[in-house]
Ligand binder design. Structure first.
Ligand SMILES: Cc1ncc(COP(=O)(O)O)c(C=O)c1O
Length: 393
């Protein structure tokens, strides 16, 4: 892998690393080497890029959001990842990792999913590649994101319910890890965000770097210089995809966490704001934990942000001040999502709605050029949206 200058021996500052069980050691050695070779191999690159174009539908547009801009008092553009095949950015990484797994001779794919978007993307990539796929999903998330459970099953994936803990993303990840430890040889685990042990965070970020790359090209063509890049933070993959080509440039990076019912309510997923350094799912990062280091349950109305950890690169960027973070609560996200639907004609994923809500309350001078990563569409969230009253009704 062409190592990003920020990564040193699998670490980003004090965060990252590879805290893995001995049984998976071989898998990680093989994965690092396979990604390193594939990423520099023009044949792999051209197959991956062709799939992004023809199967995923890239490039996605960078759209001027005129009414949203007027409401915020600043120029806002949406990077329309909701228009990618399967309705979210997650497909960029899923298709990349499934291609890599096939090149490594793996015969079975597993994945975890929260909102179901990564599960659908992985099931889609597996249907395309003709590979069997098992997706682990928290039982609570299976209820609130039911349309995506149906989609995964239609695509031929087996969906297994995780019934431990809060029965959400953390528990699905635990189940996927457990399965992988028991089946290390023929299985590849497609992690769905920029989290987990090295090399996953950087590999997932690289597979999503196309988002930022296209944004740069579109800005150049439109003669625009962005001042702010804004994205919601679950594990951090859509944000890193947008940020990656801009890390060394003079532009403000803004990551929006899920405040849940309030960052001090005890029912939050604002990991960077309320967490502390610890180890979760094989990496050192910021996590929500009690005084004895036990993981605390996260809460967010959006399944994709409902996670007590965050990618280690985000933890590093936030600790050095390069990444500015803020938290948006459930209710504000819901209302922003509804407003975007009514005024922009785009029903956004509840995850994305958190970033949208922040742009409404931020203190703008009016001169900024803001690019918001519209990470996914909200069809999966219809139930949550329709149970909310709209202020304009
Ligand atoms: C549409 C959408 N946006 C954002 C996220 C958050 O994940 P990440 O921070 O990895 O982009 C998810 C996760 O499921 C999602 O489905």
């Amino acid at each position: 892998m062409t190592l990003h200058p920020l990564i040193q021996n699998g670490y980003y500052g004090q965060f990252g690393g590879q805290f893995i069980p001995e049984m998976l050691r071989r898998n990680f050695v093989d994965l690092e080497q396979a990604f390193d070779e594939a990423w520099q191999d023009p044949t792999f690159q051209s197959e991956y890029r062709a799939l992004l174009r023809d199967f995923v539908g890239r490039p996605t547009p960078l759209q001027r959001a005129d009414r949203w801009s007027e409401r915020c008092g600043v120029q806002v553009l949406f990077k329309r990842e909701d228009l990618a095949h399967t309705g979210a950015h997650k497909i960029n990484n899923a298709i990349g990792q499934v291609l890599l797994a096939r090149r490594m001779g793996k015969r079975h794919i597993i994945a975890e999913t929260g909102a179901g978007q990564h599960g659908v993307a992985t099931a889609t990539a597996c249907a395309w590649a003709g590979m069997p796929c098992t997706v682990f999903m928290g039982a609570e998330d299976m209820e609130r994101q039911k349309p995506n459970v149906d989609r995964m099953r239609l695509l031929g994936a087996e969906v297994r319910a995780a019934r431990t803990g809060s029965q959400t993303l953390k528990d699905a990840t635990n189940e996927a890890m457990r399965y992988w430890i028991a089946h290390p040889q023929d299985t590849h685990y497609v992690i769905g965000s920029a989290v987990g042990p090295h090399p996953y965070p950087m590999m997932v970020a690289e597979f999503h770097g196309i988002i930022g790359e296209e944004t740069r090209t579109a800005c150049r063509e439109a003669n625009l210089t962005p001042t702010h890049l804004v994205a919601c933070l679950g594990g951090g993959s859509n944000a890193l995809g947008l940020f990656l080509p801009y890390l060394e440039e003079e532009v403000e990076l803004v990551g929006i966490e899920a405040g849940g019912q309030g960052v001090d309510s005890g029912r939050t997923a604002a990991t960077l704001e309320k967490g502390s350094p610890g180890i979760l799912h094989g990496a050192k990062t910021m996590i929500l934990q009690d005084s004895e280091g036990q993981i605390e349950e996260a809460h967010s109305i959006s399944a994709g942000l409902d996670y007590p950890g965050i990618g280690p690169l985000h933890a590093h960027l936030a600790s050095t001040g390069r990444l500015r973070t803020s938290a948006v609560n459930d209710e504000d996200a819901l209302q922003a999502g509804l407003l975007c639907t009514r005024t922009e004609g785009i029903l956004p994923a509840l995850e994305t709605a958190h970033a949208l809500a922040w742009t409404l309350r931020a203190d703008w001078t009016g001169d900024e050029v803001v690019i918001l990563n519209l990470s996914g569409r909200g069809d999966k969230d219809l139930m949550s949206y329709t149970h909310t009253s709209h202020p304009h009704d």
